[in-house]
Design a protein around this ligand. Structure first.
Ligand code: SF4
Length: 458
């Protein structure tokens, strides 16, 4: 369990007179991808409107704000954020809106650009003044310098200079633009809602707004919506296909589909494989809500052990308790998860979690179950040991933070306090997901794009 919200969600729509309201609804569906801040930029013939705020979508927007965003607008981009780069502050909330020679440019971005620090330094040396610590602002500056070109060309030329994993939606020149990095590390789906086209990090947002899923935006592809027309441009030379496998393991909602595969079904299969590889005598199987429930149900099914709700989640905790620092995470776990004593007391429990990253959350949950009377706690992880930091949009940027980086399974077991611990192996993960072209770098260190700049200019 990485810690709720270690990534971002993006959405875009053009053209619809209800663009702002639809984007607002879509952000609710993408809330699991980030709870620190939310924002919408809506554009029309008369200009643009922006609103961004700290907190959950329900905290950031009210009827007055939505009324202002909706007035005279027919294009919109929205964003929910968890900080992976850049501190948590309103200045760093997205979408980013800048005014340059050709007009307004709004950018909403999910992912990390590994060479953003080097590009920022270069731009600053040449006189650029930055207002945020966002990678996205680097792209905005690069685009602004190419203002003689149209936004599509300027974006493509700018993105050719950046390396990393990203899905980006933009508004400029009355156009909605979506782009994915050359390896397709971060997801971006394309859909249709009546005559309007929609773009979203996950297909579950389409279900929420009643849109039809058309296809995924391809690696390196740019889609441009102008009026009711859609164009596809091969903006960037394709790289090694490498969709983040963590989308399947943890990030995406179970009702989303990626590469044509339902996320819940994939997680359940990972749980089945985990049970077959690492059986244990136990009375009940339980999963860490919400991301591990599917894998836990698969484990229970394959093991023939009843699945029980051993942990209850409090769903009504706002951003105060979901902050990107360790103390807040620990406090958040206690407030968010409560063991069901009636279920676990005196029982041998298989606790299924999707991952162990820092180990602190797992230790905390194991302790909660023991305090509630669990006789034994056997921890089963539906992914391999997380050993390498992610530079593409997940909040683990140093190896020291990763509990399995330098420890073997027995050492991690002792640290988290479980009676036994076992991980899914890499082969079972790859075979279980059944999608080719995955990034597995946090497990095997084989990064699909070079990460030198992110590691301090090595
Ligand atoms: S390193 Fe891991 S978390 Fe990061 S993009 Fe690759 S698979 Fe996803």
């Amino acid at each position: 369990m990485i810690g709720k919200g270690d990534h971002c969600g993006v959405f875009g729509i053009g053209l619809s007179p209800r663009a702002a309201q639809i984007t607002h609804h879509a952000l609710y569906a993408l809330q699991h991808r980030g709870q620190e801040s939310a924002g919408i930029v809506a554009g029309g013939e008369g200009g643009v409107e922006i609103h961004r705020g700290m907190g959950l979508v329900s905290e950031v927007f009210d009827a007055d704000v939505l009324g202002r965003l909706a007035r005279g607008t027919d294009l919109a981009v929205g964003h929910v954020r968890y900080s992976t780069t850049g501190e948590s502050s309103l200045a760093n909330a997205q979408p980013l809106l800048v005014r340059y020679r050709r007009g307004h440019l709004a950018l909403a971005h999910n992912g990390n650009l590994v060479n953003a620090p080097a590009l920022r330094e270069e731009l600053e040396r040449e006189g650029s003044i930055f207002q945020t610590t966002l990678d996205t602002e680097v792209v905005a500056h690069l685009v602004a310098r190419l203002s003689d070109n149209g936004p599509e060309q300027a974006l493509a030329t700018s993105l050719a200079r950046v390396r990393g994993g990203y899905a980006l939606v933009a508004l400029a020149d009355r156009k909605l633009i979506g782009v994915r990095d050359p390896s397709g590390i971060r997801p971006l789906a394309l859909g249709r809602l009546g005559k309007a086209f929609v773009l979203a990090s996950e297909s579950c947002a389409f279900d929420t707004v009643g849109a039809e899923f058309l296809r995924e935006v391809g690696p390196g592809e740019m889609v441009v919506v102008e009026g009711d027309r859609l164009r596809s441009l091969p903006a960037l030379p394709p790289g090694r296909p490498a969709l983040c496998v963590f989308e399947f393991i943890y990030i995406a909602r179970p009702d989303s589909n990626l590469h044509g595969l339902n996320v819940h079904a994939v997680r359940k299969e990972l749980g089945r494989r985990l049970a077959r590889a690492h059986p244990v005598a136990a009375d009940i199987v339980t999963g860490v809500p919400d991301s591990s429930i599917s894998a836990a149900s698969g484990y229970a099914e394959a093991a023939g052990i009843p699945y029980e709700m051993g942990l209850v989640k409090n769903r009504y905790i706002g951003r105060t308790f979901i902050q990107p620092c360790q103390e807040a995470r620990d406090l958040g776990v206690t407030l968010k998860l409560n063991p069901l004593r009636k279920v676990v007391d005196g029982r041998r429990v298989v606790l299924v979690d999707d991952s162990i990253v820092r180990g602190t959350t797992s230790r905390h949950i194991v302790r909660l179950l023991r305090e509630a009377g669990a006789r034994e706690v056997h921890l089963r992880i539906a992914s391999p040991p997380y050993r390498w930091p992610c530079y593409f949009g997940i909040d683990t940027s140093s190896r020291e933070e990763l509990v399995a980086a330098e420890r073997d399974v027995e050492e991690v077991r002792r640290l988290v306090g479980a009676d036994s611990l076992a991980y899914l192996n890499l082969e079972d993960l790859v075979d279980g997901v059944k999608a080719g072209g995955l990034c597995l770098a946090c497990f095997d260190g084989d990064y699909p794009v070079p990460v030198f700049d992110a590691a301090g200019g090595r």
